[in-house]
Design a protein around this ligand. Structure first.
Ligand code: NAP
Length: 283
């Protein structure tokens, strides 16, 4: 670092578990960019001060994580169309003092799904299990790929209904009952777990029975700790193609890197840095 180093960071509460600094610092190094990225613990009552600090210190970019993704929208100058539709910002670009908010979670997920498991989503039948915060961005980004249908199921049915209603103008998005999942999974080309079921430490739990899926279909899980969940293991045994959550994490960061620097993200180096940050037992 020297007096030309351009600064970046991530804010959240909690934040010390974040692998973004390891991943983005590796990206700057691999791309030969004089940038530095750090994690900042910002509590909700200090969010406004933190954003004023970013402006005053001239940070070029910021990632925003739980619990600030919605509230931070009040502090930026402009919100990209996708982030506005999703209702959350996870990336801020500081353009000469003007802060622009984006959401790279959903598009990061879809880029990873297409590069790692299913290059063509047009015309596909997709089932999304869980409709929490992460699902919103994913459903928005999936809808832009023109699939045949997106069926949403959630333990709390009203949340699936609400999400389906917000995107039903853009694609065939509908809510289905939780107990209709086995039938929907049997017909689906892609089944995506966006719930936290199966996440460490409860690693043997599955959100849906993998035997419901059609062999050859894609089973996808947002969870990346563990890297291969019990749902994905079961789906692989059934003959499905599997797609874990690490790629979503890498590509949401890759889009942020590209928005900030205008350069293609060195995704292989980024993935390697995140993998190396895991304890050996998680790999
Ligand atoms: P969230 O807003 O808290 O939503 C949690 C979702 O899981 C809700 O739909 C919830 O249903 C459902 N759920 C929780 N426990 C359940 C259970 N026992 N049975 C059935 N459904 C259950 O969380 P989020 O931010 O969307 O995150 C969801 C998952 O995605 C987490 O595992 C997170 O680690 C992962 N994620 C990964 C990335 C990545 O980069 N790979 C990024 C973001 C999130 P109810 O509505 O009924 O409570």
């Amino acid at each position: 670092m020297d007096s030309h180093t351009v600064l970046y960071g991530v804010i959240g509460d909690p934040i010390r578990h974040s692998r973004s600094p390891v991943m983005l610092n590796r990206a700057f190094r691999a791309a030969g960019i004089n940038g530095a990225y750090a994690a900042f613990h910002v509590t909700p009552e200090r969010l406004g001060e933190a954003i004023r600090g970013i402006r005053a210190l001239g940070f070029r970019g910021l990632n925003v994580t739980i619990p600030h993704k919605i509230e931070v929208m009040a502090y930026v100058d402009e919100i990209d169309e996708g982030a506005r539709a999703i209702g959350a910002v996870n990336t801020i670009v500081n353009d000469d003092g003007k802060l622009v908010g984006y959401n790279t979670d959903g598009i990061g997920y879809v880029r990873s799904l297409k590069e790692e498991a299913e290059p063509e989503l047009r015309g596909k039948k997709i089932v999304v299990v869980g409709t929490g915060g992460a699902a919103r961005g994913i459903v928005w980004a999936l809808a832009r790929e023109k699939p045949a249908s997106i069926a949403l199921a959630n333990r709390t049915a009203e949340r699936a209904q609400a999400l389906a209603e917000s995107f039903s103008a853009e694609a065939q998005v509908s809510a289905i009952a939780w107990d209709a999942l086995s039938e929907a999974c049997a017909e689906a080309d892609v089944v995506i777990n966006t719930t936290s079921v199966g996440m460490s430490p409860d690693v043997e739990a599955v959100p849906v029975d993998p035997s419901w899926l059609r062999p050859g279909a894609v089973a996808s899980d947002l969870i990346y700790n563990p890297l291969t969940t019990a749902f994905l293991r079961g789906a692989a045994e059934r003959g499905c193609r599997i797609h874990g959550g690490l790629g979503m994490f890498v590509y949401q960061g890759a889009y942020a890197f590209e928005y900030w620097t205008g350069r293609p993200a060195p995704t292989d180096a980024m993935r390697e840095a995140v993998l190396a940050s895991f304890e050996p037992q998680h790999i």
